[in-house]
Design a protein around this ligand. Sequence first.
Ligand code: SF4
Length: 357
Amino acid sequence: MMNKIGEINFKKIKRISPSQFYSMKNCAYKSLLAEAFDKKPLLPLSPYAYFGTVLHKMLEFIAKGVIKSEDDFNAEFDNQVKTVEDDLQKNGFGFFVPLKVRIRNFGLKKIQLKKHLRSESDQPISFSNTKFHSEKWFESQDKLIGGKVDLVIENENNIEIIDFKTGAITQDCLDDEGESYSEVKNEFKEQLKIYAYLYFENTNKFPTSLSLVDSAKQKFSVEFSEQECKSIFEEAKSLLKSINHCINTKLFSANPQEGNCKHCLYRPACTFFNKTLETNFSFNDVLGEIKEVKKFQNGNVSVILQNGNKVLTIKNFDSKEFDDLNNNKNKQIRIYNIRRDATEFVYSATDTTMIYE
Ligand code: SF4
């Protein structure tokens, strides 16, 4: 089916969340597009993102003490998976169902998550002076920054802010001597530092530690200084103001780089990215004029696109796409989420491929 992007109605972003800051800093235009489309993605998310919401919900329930036993865990896990799968079916992404087939190491991820449960019950909350706040909302006094902290643990001497992550927390880096080491991703460090300052604005106290916990219950500490937290907090606010200012001036800019765009779900509406597709063939998206549409005996459909002097072949479309593609010959289209074949300029459609005109 051929999709269309109508006129884009840009809207001011009222508030920035700590988890959004890093991506906003890398490409502010992405946040503007997300706001313009009411945060409804223009391309399907990966099944891992949907599964991530299950894992995060489970961590939240464990932290809140809603899930205490293994039986509770198993019942709620199945319930959460079913809810997500029903949603996927409803939204036309039934090909991701069942998730346990689509997600690599589904069983292992479930077992790892249970570790959170065991240690919670091994160490019951017996400190009467310790408070646990799960999913606690904090916002700045001017309401420009706000977000939910996964877990805050407070006692007389310590205040710890914990954020749960269901994906990789660290990335591999190289030091000056070329030795590799792993480090917590910058986006997570900055997110926690903004939470720390939000906490300070609301309570007049700084946390004593900032931590990230992954689904296998590994904990990573993030070092910070109060000054550093304050300056990232201020940076986030001025970024928000300057992004909103672009809407008045209509002088938009973007940062179309692989690291930013690969996972951006607003690519179809991004003129900067689509311009890049005219000359850059390293993405799993292509653009070009429809020159030929072929239907094979097995029902598969291939489309041949002309992009400048390059001829691109995209195979494996379903037969129901034939008429739509064939009726649009010589029209420029963009095809997103395709797989590159070993042969140069040859691609295959996937379950998540979408066509835009
Ligand atoms: S496609 Fe790339 S350049 Fe365009 S908004 Fe998304 S991240 Fe930014």
